[in-house]
Design a protein. Structure first.
Length: 231
């Protein structure tokens, strides 16, 4: 069940490469571990409604915790509470998988001051020369739903501080989801000019061109058993 749900999520185009990297990284989690866990524990197929700021599970209960598109919906103080609970119920050296968006540095700086103006210029030149429509970037990636719901836009520096404060370590993968799929030389040129491909994958450029993050973290808490254990 876990493997199927993760495959369904990562089967979306912008997550496929990150899923492949996840499976290749034996230090974190493997495809077979999801299948084995399903066979051992029938509870894995249950869906239970819980508030992430106060979980009723006992300490050190889970080997893997997955959080997809949750962090950005929590105010910073709420996310601190959620991370404390995640650390508590996750076993020592357990795996926390997180996807969160959207990078505040990209939204506040890169998009408005560079990516969108360059994209608009290229689109106008293309339309003038070829008379064919070519899809560019939206003027404002923050749509109405985004503005209402995304109360905590992360940066890689914020995520590093957050995980470090709760004794997690691992990989934070910068995802450049605005990149065009290469179908012609136009897509290649567009990616180079608008998103500095392939340099956008390399720090410090990735700090500004990443739109979202996939985090693969290990729980390195010092005390495995809490005196305030819930059962």
């Amino acid at each position: 069940m876990w493997e199927r749900r993760c495959r369904a999520f990562f089967s979306q185009e912008r997550y496929t490469s990150c899923w492949d990297r996840l499976l290749e990284s034996g230090d974190f989690v493997s495809k077979s571990s999801f299948t084995n866990q399903k066979q051992k524990n029938t509870e894995i197929s249950k869906i239970l409604p819980y508030g992430c700021k106060k979980l009723t599970f006992g300490d050190n209960r889970f080997d893997v915790i997955i959080s997809f598109d949750v962090f950005e919906h929590l105010y910073p103080e709420e996310l601190q509470q959620a991370m404390s609970e995640i650390s508590r119920v996750l076993k020592k050296d357990g795996t926390l998988l997180v996807h969160t968006e959207a990078n505040k540095l990209y939204l506040d700086f890169t998009h408005g001051w560079y990516a969108y103006p360059v994209s608009t210029l290229l689109i106008r030149l293309n339309n003038l020369i070829t008379r064919n429509h070519y899809e560019g970037l939206p003027k404002d990636p923050r749509n109405d739903n985004h503005k209402k719901q995304h109360v905590n836009e992360p940066t890689i520096f914020y995520l590093r501080q957050l995980f470090g404060a709760h004794q997690f370590s691992g990989q934070i993968i910068s995802n450049i989801s605005m990149l065009k799929k290469i179908l012609s030389w136009k897509d290649y040129l567009y990616n180079i000019c608008v998103l500095w491909y392939p340099f956008c994958f390399v720090p410090p450029f990735s700090y500004f061109f990443a739109y979202d993050y996939i985090c693969i973290m290990k729980n390195k808490k010092i005390y495995e058993n809490s005196r305030f254990s819930r059962t």
